[in-house]
Design a protein around this ligand. Sequence first.
Ligand code: RFL
Length: 390
Amino acid sequence: ERTTVVVVGAGPAGLTVAGLLLRLGIPCTVLERRPRSRVEQRQRAGIVEHRAVRMFEEWGLAERVVGGFPYDGVLEVRVDGESRLLDETGLAERLEARLCPQQVLVQRLIAACLEDGGDLRFEAAEVTLHGVTGEQPVVRYRDADGVAHEIACDLVAGCDGDHGVSRASIPDGVLTAYPFDHGIAWLTVLADAAPPRHPLLAVSRHGFAAHFARGPRASRFYLQVPLGDGPDDWPEDRVRQQLRARLGSDDGPPPGTVTEKEVFRLRSVVHEPMSHGRLHLVGDAAHIISPMGGKGMNLALYEAEVFARAVRDLVRDGDDAGLRSYSAVCLQRAWNYQEFSRWMTEMLHDAGDDTRTGPFRRRLARARLDRLSTSRASAGAFAELMAGLA
Ligand code: RFL
């Protein structure tokens, strides 16, 4: 078998790469380890930024992929129970960002790829990459029946997330990892509860909390918890009581029936460079961004487009400049988004519970937060990053 691009992983990154290559008429095969049903249920991100919506529009995919999901561009920050609305629409143009749960985006991308004749192979086990620094890489895997396959290709898109095989197959010493631990843990609670009016972030002495929509009747709540706590330290009563204390009580008693509960530590990492021979890493395979600011998935979508355009230049014109600069172009945005996420993480945690960082840092964080409501330039810079840099 042979194709132009083998895409490893069918998350937002891999499916967007495949979707865009299909629009260009460039052959590609997607190999995904999990069954389709599993991939379509993984709940994570919830906002598709303005830039990404514009991108889907330009590629003629917006209606099928993000159509029907509204977002008014307003974030609510509740500081000690008092509401402040941050407007992302401070841009010159119309704001196009959408509230679209990641699993719905994935379902829609899968449907669009299949409609456009895409070759998506689920339950592809034991994927291995060979000869990526040579002229013709080969990707091997076993299908659901255990039958071995081999695909020769020109390029491999490593879109298989932080624990995938793509980055792991690059020899030691080639990549440099830049990890960062924010020293913060969140309890995440998925519940059958009415979504908030606007995405809601809450700052108070009790610690950070957030409430996001995950569909018309489902919500995701986040609660900052002491390092070392596990889900069992947070029975439903305690979750309810703390959400009331942190979010303020005028939204009724959140949450409804809890359907999922886990604790994770906020961490970030960037691996450089993002290319190795004919293997190009896209999305979480190259970096993890702490969830504050909602940039992880959006960065994956950006890189998928940079990669697709570079492949187009190579296939149509024999021009490999786009692939040669792929890593540098993507890393510039990756670090911008890391900076934004860290900036926001620090502000919204330090301004609340100061047992970790002390009263001086708390006052600095409050000044930073207040400036978003009092300075147009600060609000504009925030809106620019929320929307996704041009
Ligand atoms: P994914 O989504 O992890 O997809 C990788 C795919 O590769 C498959 N795979 C393999 N396939 C074949 N062979 C192998 N050996 C394989 N190994 C893995 C996997 O099964 C999977 O299908 O990576 P991708 O596509 O790069 O997408 C990245 C996003 O998923 C991620 O950045 C976001 O979810 C991050 N994130 C958020 N991003 C946002 O933009 N906004 C948010 O609000 C937001 N909230 C979040 C988040 C991540 C979270 N987690 C996971 C900690 C909230 C949370 C809780």
